[in-house]
Ligand binder design. Structure first.
Ligand SMILES: [Zn+2]
Length: 480
């Protein structure tokens, strides 16, 4: 006898994921961008669930940022900061890629040339390779989780290291991966005399070399790069213009609202054009819909936004916040989770995952239709008041949340730090009190929950209210 429930669940998964490319409205490429290296606490079992989530949400692609998160034999300095990472302790990404392939998900390995996690630690052993900052002196340390120095790509040793490290990742460690995501830095370019206005030409030397090597071995490999080597446009935030080198249509391109603006001429030529933004990880369903619409309007055939959630212990004052030092990051602001519990199946993140699944399939879907779907799936209720409560709670968790700091209303430590810096104005306090009033009303309305989802709403509302149920509550009162 075939058990009905698992069969139904399997069928539902199939119907959710099946129509890839089936309609014009649908993005041919879907999935998520996840900074694997900044999530040290999850093991293979957790990551298999995350891959399943990509598929369940209609995705076929996982951009898995692995630099700094694997145990390089040639360059132990790249992971020495990350020894608690489950994949550094016992390598499992090869197995994870196997699982992804069974589920129909392509895995592209992510890293930044000459900067960010793993790579920026090489400057500890080779300080002579540090990039030059805008003031002409050595660049200042920077990072998210992994702090270090970006490297000057005009130095031969930087090029040699970068190529050697990327080769080790894709050829020695994870040869079954489907390709690479080569993510240009969004925070700094080297300003030395050799780089100067030719920074992106220097970066491209590496990008071209590793692309040629990978395509020689695996002609079908997908390599996603940034448009800065080809467009000649100013790289947002870096103060450097892009290069105007010839574009090989075997490359796919990545565009983002903050670091790589759409380039129609390149989009027309590329193997794929992927739009990526932070809405599923930091914002809400309306932003996800707006971004899906923008991606389609710009002619992208893929929407692969961020689903990042950090769980590292901060060594540095992330975002210049001293109070975060020594603290473990709270994934998506869900402070009730144990360090090893991924946040993606929590009801508030399910809201964004369903929004992604639906709006990536049809960016023009009526928002009211989305509300019906999310209510039915998560609460077993499509009553507008119930759905509104769910969306209100979801929005409160993302109000003023940053990459590294939970929303103030969920985090008295953050509010205390704001008070210490005289940033907790009367208006801010009133806003937070109003948010708590809404939560109290919500808690009252759902005191007799009729579904598992409603029970979750109640539990989470109470969890937030409990944060303020002591001396912390005084912070929110004027003169407190
Ligand atoms: Zn330089």
């Amino acid at each position: 006898m075939i058990p009905i429930r698992p069969l139904l669940a399997a069928l539902m998964t199939l119907t959710a994921a099946a129509p890839l490319g089936a309609s014009e409205k649908t993005f041919a490429r879907r999935g998520y961008y996840i900074t694997f290296m900044r999530m040290p606490t999850y093991d293979l079992k957790d990551w298999r669930r995350i891959v399943d989530a990509v598929r369940d949400d209609g995705g076929d692609t996982l951009l898995l940022w692995v630099a700094g998160g694997f145990r390089s034999k040639k360059y132990p300095i790249t992971w020495a900061y990350n020894q608690e990472h489950e994949n550094v302790r016992a390598d499992f990404v090869r197995e994870l890629i196997g699982h992804a392939h069974v589920r129909g998900v392509k895995v592209l390995l992510g890293f930044t040339p000459f900067g960010y996690d793993g790579v920026n630690r090489y400057a500890l052993e080779h300080p002579e390779l540090k990039a030059v900052g805008p003031d002409g002196g050595p660049t200042a340390p920077f990072g998210i989780g992994c702090w270090g120095w970006n490297l000057c790509p005009s130095k031969a040793e930087s090029q040699r290291f970068m190529l050697d490290y990327a080769r080790e990742m894709i050829f020695d460690f994870y040869p079954d991966a489907d390709g690479l995501l080569i993510e240009s830095s969004d925070y700094a370019a080297c300003r030395c005399r050799d780089c100067g206005s030719r920074y992106f030409e220097r970066e491209f030397a590496f990008v071209k070399a590793i692309s040629d090597e990978l395509w020689a071995r695996k002609p079908g490999a997908e390599i996603v790069v940034y448009p800065h080597y080809f467009s000649g446009a100013e790289a947002p935030g870096l103060g450097v213009r892009g290069a105007t080198l010839p574009f090989d249509p075997r490359w796919s391109l990545m565009f983002t609202p903050h670091s790589a603006h759409p380039e129609p001429a390149l989009i027309a030529k590329a193997r794929a054009s992927l739009w990526s933004d932070d809405s599923p990880s930091r914002r809400g369903p309306r932003e996800i819909q707006a971004n899906a619409r923008r991606a389609r309007r710009e002619g992208m055939n893929g929407y692969v936004p961020s689903l990042e959630a950090f769980t590292f212990v901060a060594d540095a004052a992330e975002e210049a916040q001293e109070w975060l030092k020594g603290e473990r990051q709270v994934p998506l602001g869900f402070g009730w989770l144990a360090p090893g519990d991924p946040p993606y199946d929590e009801i508030l993140q399910r809201v964004n995952r369903i929004a992604y699944r639906e709006f990536a399939r049809d960016p023009d879907m009526d928002f009211a239709a989305f509300e019906q779907i999310v209510g039915r799936e998560l609460l077993g209720s499509t009553k507008p008041a119930d759905v509104a409560d769910l969306l209100t709670l979801q929005a409160l968790f993302n109000a003023d949340r940053t990459w590294c700091q939970p929303a103030p209303i969920t985090c008295p430590d953050r509010v205390r730090a704001m008070a210490a810096r005289d940033e907790l104005t009367a208006a801010r306090r009133a806003e937070l009190r109003a948010g708590l009033d809404r939560l109290r009303a919500l808690e009252t309305r759902h005191r007799e929950p009729k579904s598992g989802g409603e029970r979750e709403l109640l539990r989470i509302a109470r969890w937030v209210l409990d944060r303020w149920d002591g001396p912390e509550g005084k912070l929110l009162h004027d003169g407190g």
